[in-house]
Write a protein that binds this ligand. Sequence first.
Ligand SMILES: [Fe+2]
Length: 386
Amino acid sequence: MAYYVRKGNIPPKRHTQFRQPDGSLYAEELVSSLGFSGIYSNLYHINPPTRVKEIKKSVAYGAKPDKDLPLQQIHLNTSGVKNTGSDFLDSRKVLLMNDDVSMALCMPSRQSMDYYYKNAEADELLFIHDGSGYMYSQFGKLKIQAGDYVVIPRTTIYKLEWDTSEIRYLVMESASPIETVSRYRNELGQLLEHSPYCERDIHPPQEMITEESKGDYHVKIKKGGYIHHYVYDHSPFDLVGWDGFLYPYTLSIHDFEPITGRIHQPPPVHQTFQAAGYVICSFVPRLFDYHPDAIPAPYNHSNIDSDEVLYYVEGNFMSRKGIDRGSFTLHPGGLPHGPHPGTVEKSIGAKETEELAVMLDTFKPLFATEEGKEFMDKKYPMSWTE
Ligand SMILES: [Fe+2]
């Protein structure tokens, strides 16, 4: 992550003796990315993190892309969905995917988890649409609420506890690390003045949690198309402290400051995160273009080398008809997309928009999954024809 954080108790120097009250050593764990070349943190455990009690049978888990769908504009309407399953893992319905990233809708009916979870192969980016609660991890307790992006580096062991019954969030699973936008960082990593958000908007875990009791602690580990079931005799949240640059954090979409102009600004001004093979953008309430002859609605656009997904969060989407709160549209590379009939003239003279949307732009084609196809609006490809 973008800056150094230190929580709890740690020794003054790394890789030196750090003793528990009974005289035994704390177990140090270095969690590093990109081998030893990326960001990392040092964690201090009461118990060795390697001490496994039992490994149970692995269970197949994961979605498959349908690569045989004809090339078309896609609208997945999930606005009427009440829940997508009971539990954290079975409610995770992957709708769109490629090798770099997948996008899932999660609406669990259960508010808490009786196990811990670790994604061992992908960073995760949650976007909280409805609901609030806490994310608990080795790094501590992190408040989450509607509008938050939650960036979770791979191998973070966590659980979510909701304090609302209405829960709707997205999960993007990323094959590469999810980062702040490099053009908004100076050479030492600080976010620059023209960045739409700064370090004050980035929230690491607020407080440490140290679970010392013994018992059976179940960690479900996602890797290679399976959930692997590990049992430990101690809690994975047995840390007394940690420091470093690698940790989960939140950034609220409501803290993203829009960049506006005299004429229509292109999507890169909305960019919020980067990763290998895709970007994430935020469309937030903003003033429209102020040239006297400006057209606020976007122009027709041919993305020749990317697929564009928009997830509609709140507000009125001025360039689209038939789109609801909770709709996903996928405008694939190779086809032009643009405003629906009548929306261009209607946009002229408008001063501002209240729209809120999350965009995922991938460079490789995205595919709908079997679960995604269940939400397809079959009329959408023809919806530009009056
Ligand atoms: Fe576009």
